[in-house]
Design a protein around this ligand. Structure first.
Ligand code: HEM
Length: 398
């Protein structure tokens, strides 16, 4: 059991599914000693993971909510960003953007997003041999840009800056100094862009999130810096997660042709198929919480201030919660997966993520006749995102 779960390389190089199975059976509350990061506890069973996320008083998000360097250098969002607040402040922050993400508001985007997906697949099918990680880059950025109020003419630029600033999810492996400087410069440009956009909305309010962020500053709910952190969070939160969810969906369909054939025959399965993709792929591997008071768990005392990582990738494969959990079954029902989190921090972009994945599955069923993997996909070395650096596939039109 001497594996360091804070080591991003572990997830690229070893069978983490098998390791989590072992932890669930033998060490469901597991101490990960100091290694790549300061020590932390790991929870891997479904019930434990669900319970912790539903108790933000004992298990707080305020210090930070993921593994990473910020655990010892300090997290700039701590106590200020939606993901990094609890209680009343969290409710207040969530209220600022909540209405932009309701299922009704999101469904208004559907025709437009369907056209983005169709264009994406038309181009990919024309090329035939593509890196599907590249193919799926545009959809998440276009989706969130539309909600934020970024004009269409600027999307490509925002996509480039977002990718340069946050794109390489396996940056944890250690980027070169030059790459870090370039990422920081791209991030600064994004923040300046956000400032300009908000300035524009101050003069001309519209029905978009940029306007909500401006109004929240005017009535004192946000400082300008907090508004920019929000912008950042929204760009970041829905980007890599959805992209790798879509890539994982294609790879799972290729590996399970009988499921793909069923989906083509029964489009009514699309909604449950999306949920199964979220469970099976679990694009967000984990979330982290800090314990606010001494507690007992599995006969072990966990001290106030210590941190617990909730492994969604593991909870979503727990046989105590899912029948034959390692199987990819598009008609799985019930499917109470934790892929989008749970409790008060449940993904605010859930309706958007679900729509994007549904449209992707729809296109894969209707437009793609067959697909094959050309080279073994290269996994991301990341503790945060379950995905691939590259996934070369050949797509044939239907
Ligand atoms: C497949 C795609 C996605 C996955 C797997 C995913 C996963 C998650 C998870 C696990 C959480 C909980 C974080 C925690 O408990 O600390 C979360 C929260 C969040 N997600 Fe998503 N997400 C996805 C798409 C999106 C999209 C499209 C957006 C849109 C901007 C988004 C924005 C957010 C935000 C802002 C939060 C914080 C909510 C809060 O703290 O109250 N996500 N997401």
């Amino acid at each position: 059991m001497d594996i360091d779960l804070a080591d991003p390389a572990f997830f690229a190089e070893q069978d983490f599914v098998a390791y989590f199975r072992r932890l669930r059976e033998e060490s469901p509350l597991h101490w990960n000693p100091d290694g790549k990061e300061p020590g932390f506890w790991s929870l891997t069973r479904y019930d434990d993971c669900a319970r912790v996320q539903k108790d933000p008083v004992t298990f707080s998000s305020e210090v930070t909510n993921t593994l990473g360097q910020h655990r010892w250098t300090g997290d700039h969002g701590a106590g200020r960003m939606l993901t990094h607040t609890d209680g009343r402040r969290h409710t207040e922050l969530r209220g600022i953007v909540g209405r932009a993400f309701t299922p009704r508001a999101i469904s208004a985007l559907e025709p437009y997003l369907r056209s983005v997906v169709q264009d994406t697949f038309e181009q990919a099918l024309e090329q035939r041999q593509v890196d599907f990680v590249e193919t799926m880059a545009m959809l998440p950025v276009a989706s969130i840009a539309a909600l934020l109020g970024v004009p269409r003419a600027d999307w490509l630029m925002v996509l480039k800056l977002t990718t340069a600033a946050f794109g390489a999810a396996d940056r944890e492996l250690g980027m070169s100094r030059d790459a870090r400087v370039a990422a920081a410069a791209a991030h600064t440009q994004l923040l300046l862009y956000c400032q300009d956009l908000m300035e524009d909305r101050r003069r001309q309010p519209r029905e978009d999130i940029a306007t909500r962020l401006v109004q929240a500053q005017e009535d004192g709910r946000l400082t300008e810096e907090e508004a920019m952190l929000f912008f950042d969070l929204l760009l970041l939160g829905g980007n890599e997660t959805t992209r790798h969810g879509a890539v994982g969906a294609l790879l799972a369909l290729i590996a399970h042709p009988e499921q793909w054939a069923t989906l083509r025959r029964e489009p009514a399965l699309l909604d449950s198929a999306v949920q199964e993709v979220l469970r099976h792929v679990s694009p967000s591997r984990h979330v982290l919480r800090s314990v606010t008071t001494d507690i007992e768990l599995y006969g072990q005392t966990i001290r106030a201030g210590e941190q617990i990582v909730i492994w969604h990738s593991s909870a979503n494969r727990d046989a105590a919660a899912f029948d034959r959990p390692d199987e990819f079954r598009l008609d799985r029902d019930p499917n109470p997966h934790l892929g989008l989190g749970s409790g008060t921090h449940y993904c605010v972009g859930a309706s958007l993520a679900t729509l994007e994945l549904r449209l992707t599955l729809e296109a894969l069923s209707a437009m793609v006749g067959s697909a094959r993997v050309l080279e073994p996909p290269v996994p991301l070395a990341s503790t945060v995102i379950n995905g691939f650096k590259q996934a070369m596939v050949e797509l044939t039109p239907s």
